[in-house]
Design a binder for this molecule. Structure first.
Ligand SMILES: Nc1ncnc2c1ncn2[C@@H]1O[C@H](COP(=O)(O)OP(=O)(O)OP(=O)(O)O)[C@@H](O)[C@H]1O
Length: 166
């Protein structure tokens, strides 16, 4: 995987990918109906719709565009693109960006536009439904999980922090 020395190189990489249309850019202003659905180490995750369409996207935001975060964003985009063909892995659709004005300076930030998993986490699903599941259902869930991990390993990716949505 490409290694970047500094923040500007990462931003240039993202901007070039957008300009050359290697990554789809979504207009931030066209998203509406925002709702927070989760929070990770790097930022909040929102559910939102685009251009008033009925389906939702998950928007992964970042608290701060510091050098660690921006490298993390580029890394995540590269990894997502490598595995974007697999049915058991959340789709990466593109990126959106916004510029916030706080009178003293302008700051830019990016959000990843992802498939929205409307079933919640596997952990929550199992909590609610475990007693109703047949062995076939359980086997199916385990099989899909193993297929997703196997896809990562085929692409030489080690997840290290598995969180599963269904
Ligand atoms: N595509 C998605 N669809 C639905 N909910 C999501 C999606 N992505 C993330 N979430 C929700 O947002 C939470 C945070 O996700 P995120 O990917 O930022 O962090 P994480 O991988 O769970 O944690 P960390 O950033 O600490 O590694 C998840 O636990 C989940 O509840």
């Amino acid at each position: 995987m490409q290694n970047f020395e500094n923040t500007d190189e990462c931003i240039d990489w993202i901007e070039e990918a957008i300009n050359k249309k290697h990554i789809k850019h979504y207009e931030y202003e066209h998203f509406n109906d925002f709702q927070v659905i989760g929070s990770g180490a790097f930022g909040k995750v929102f559910r939102a719709s685009y251009n008033k369409a009925e389906n939702y996207f998950a928007l992964k935001s970042f608290f701060d565009l510091d050098s660690v975060t921006i490298k993390g964003i580029v890394r995540e985009i590269m990894l997502q693109r490598d595995v974007d063909y697999h049915d058991n892995i959340i789709r990466f659709y593109g990126i959106t960006k916004f510029v916030s004005d706080n009178q003293i300076y302008q700051s830019k930030n990016y959000l990843l536009v992802m498939e929205y998993a409307n079933g919640g986490t596997l952990r929550d699903y199992l909590k609610k439904n475990f007693n109703r599941l047949t062995w076939d259902n359980k086997y199916n869930l385990a099989y899909q999980l193993a297929c997703a991990v196997s896809c990562l390993h085929n692409e030489k990716i080690v997840h290290r922090d598995l969180v599963i949505f269904i």
